[in-house]
Design a protein around this ligand. Structure first.
Ligand code: G3H
Ligand code: 13P
Ligand code: ZN
Length: 337
């Protein structure tokens, strides 16, 4: 059994309370490898932002769970080194989309400070039943582990998270769900979705340059939820913006991303004005890395040292996360709130 406080990590309770009060969102950035983790931490320290490091089941299988735990421990020390005055920005280690009690328990036992139980694929009662089981286990640890649950289904496809159609969260269900489960935060469905193709072209309009403009998020649902659960932490998944500059770099260097479209930054800023205090971003990191790697390998065919393409990809990622913390999430400067 590993206690997350021994790794220098924090849970998300305090982060969320401050974010709701300050009207900003904590970034939930996914990572699978060292370069992504370095970029996230460098950007978070540089922008003085709290951060949630997210690990999916796929990432856990890819990187190895034991290695991930030591990476998280190492990254706290790395953040301390970058900081120079001995302080460490608040860092949480979070399981993203835990699909059953077993994986949530396993992550808690390995030193995660926060887990998501995603029971959105279950009927309401079953979702409550398993969410409650995870919450009871997480909250009874020597140090409180936070639990995010999900109500409503996001559309979109990724390795382990897929749904053909979205089912928006029903505001009339949120009070009962929160009260019965005791969860610390709630992921909701208001029109975001996972991956780089968030909307079908027929759901969008096109601007003068022919670029797809997605439909707006369902702020009416978000507003209803805020009225039902005032001050309660709400989480937005599937919140990559799919920057078109990365999509065109990828496509002009041998890639084939068709009709890739994301959530405009202005929509995310607006969501934060309600109770959205955690925003999940994974695909944008994948796009930034792929764009730079493709470009370098195409332009410098003689390069074969991975540092020569992964290093610049890491720098681009760091720049992208810093821009998000400053200009989208508003978390920059809030590490010491
Ligand atoms: O929401 C899902 C995350 O983007 C993780 O995706 O299962 O491909 O690692 P993954
Ligand atoms: P994106 O695919 O939009 O980056 O969403 C990531 C996510 O929700 C992780 O849980
Ligand atoms: Zn997600």
């Amino acid at each position: 059994m590993v206690d997350y406080t021994d790794l220098g990590l924090v849970n998300t309770k305090d982060m969320f309370a401050k974010a709701i009060k300050g009207k900003y969102a904590i970034p939930g950035y996914n990572f699978n490898n060292m370069e992504q983790l370095q970029a996230i931490i460098r950007a978070s320290v540089e922008t003085e932002s709290p951060v949630i490091l997210q690990v999916s089941k796929g990432a856990r299988n890819y990187a190895n769970q034991t290695l991930l735990r030591y990476m998280a421990q190492g990254v706290v020390e790395y953040a301390r080194e970058l900081q120079k005055d001995g302080k460490v920005i608040p860092i949480a280690l979070h399981l993203d989309h835990g699909m059953d009690f077993k994986i949530c328990k396993s992550c808690i036992d390995m030193g995660f400070s926060s887990v998501m139980y995603d029971g959105s694929h279950h009927p309401f009662e079953k979702n409550i039943e398993i969410s409650k089981q995870v919450v009871e286990y997480a909250h009874s640890q020597p140090h409180y582990v936070s639990v995010e649950c999900e109500l409503g289904v996001l559309a979109g496809v990724e390795d382990d998270v897929s749904a053909e159609k979205s089912h928006y969260t029903k505001p009339e269900e949120v009070i009962e769900f929160r009260n019965q489960t005791g969860c610390d935060s709630l992921a909701i469905s208001i029109g975001t979705s996972h991956g780089a193709n968030k909307f079908k072209p027929e759901q969008c309009t096109r601007n003068e340059e022919g670029i797809l403009v997605p439909p707006p998020l369902r702020f009416d649902i978000l507003e209803e939820i805020e009225k039902k659960l005032p001050g309660f932490p709400i989480v937005l998944h599937g919140s990559s913006s799919v920057p078109q500059e990365y999509v065109s770099i990828i496509n002009s260097h041998g890639g084939a991303l068709k009709d890739a479209v994301g959530i405009p930054e202005s929509q995310l800023r607006k969501a934060i004005q309600y109770n959205v205090c955690k925003i999940n971003i994974d695909s944008d990191g994948r796009l930034a890395m792929t764009a730079i790697v493709r470009k370098i390998l195409a332009e410098k065919p003689s390069k074969f040292d991975p540092r020569k393409y992964l290093g610049p990809a890491r720098d681009e990622l760091c720049k992208m996360y810093a821009q998000k913390n400053h200009q989208v999430l508003g978390s920059a400067g809030h590490a010491w709130d």
